[in-house]
Design a protein around this ligand. Structure first.
Ligand SMILES: [Zn+2]
Ligand SMILES: [Zn+2]
Length: 218
């Protein structure tokens, strides 16, 4: 990276990357929502990013990463995920995302390369999200909302956007809904928008909006 990008811009870059990867382009309003800032703040930041050649605004007024922006975003996300792996030696998996958020911005190219080697080129973060370029590693996992009642599945992934929801990861950890855990879907109430899981004999109910962000392997 020629010029050091600010932490604010790095946060925008990762969110834009994730939404484009998932084929769900975000508006400025949605970005404001996700980042917990005002719409005018987002507009101003996007203008700066456009000036710096990181995004362009398409005909639908949606921000899109340029080639440069995409490259920077991949680098930010990769460093975030590597920081999570580094921190998981010290902290529980529900805590590393938030901590890595502060940490990722100070990982140099040398540290990044050393971490990749030390960690044996991980394909996902500790929450099961793919490192940029390794999307195929998670392609077969389906959202919990697509599982049928009675099916036994292994939790594999908690989506990046769910990692951001305050309190969610610690709730999931307390209830042992974590990557590698085998659970059974015991009930789905469409009118109530809930999925109930049997987690080691204990029922845990999740709303559809959260269940949609948890990916499993059948
Ligand atoms: Zn994370
Ligand atoms: Zn993660």
């Amino acid at each position: 990276m020629a010029e050091k990008i600010s932490t604010t811009i790095e946060d925008y870059l990762s969110l834009l990357y994730i939404s484009e990867r998932d084929g769900e382009p975000v508006s400025g309003a949605r970005l404001a929502d996700l980042l917990g800032v005002s719409a005018p703040t987002v507009t101003n930041t996007l203008k700066r990013m456009k000036r710096d050649g990181l995004v362009e605004i398409d005909e639908a007024h949606l921000p899109k990463l340029t080639k440069n922006g995409d490259e920077s975003a991949r680098s930010v996300l990769r460093r975030h995920m590597l920081a999570e792996w580094m921190l998981i030696r010290l902290l529980s998996w529900s805590k590393v995302h938030q901590e890595a958020h502060d940490f990722e911005h100070s990982i140099s190219d040398d540290v990044e390369a050393a971490l990749i080697e030390e960690l044996n080129q991980p394909e996902t973060c500790p929450h099961g999200n793919p490192l940029p370029g390794y999307e195929a590693a998670v392609a077969d996992w389906i959202p919990l909302t697509q599982v049928k009642v009675g099916q036994q599945v292994t939790i594999r992934r908690i989506h990046e956007l769910a990692e951001e929801i305050p309190g969610l990861l610690s709730y999931l950890e307390e209830n042992e809904i974590e990557p590698g855990q085998v659970v059974q879907v015991s009930d789905i109430l469409v009118f109530n928008q809930t999925v109930t899981l049997d987690v080691k004999g204990k029922p845990v109910t999740l709303g559809f909006s959260i269940a949609r962000q948890i990916f499993v392997e059948i």
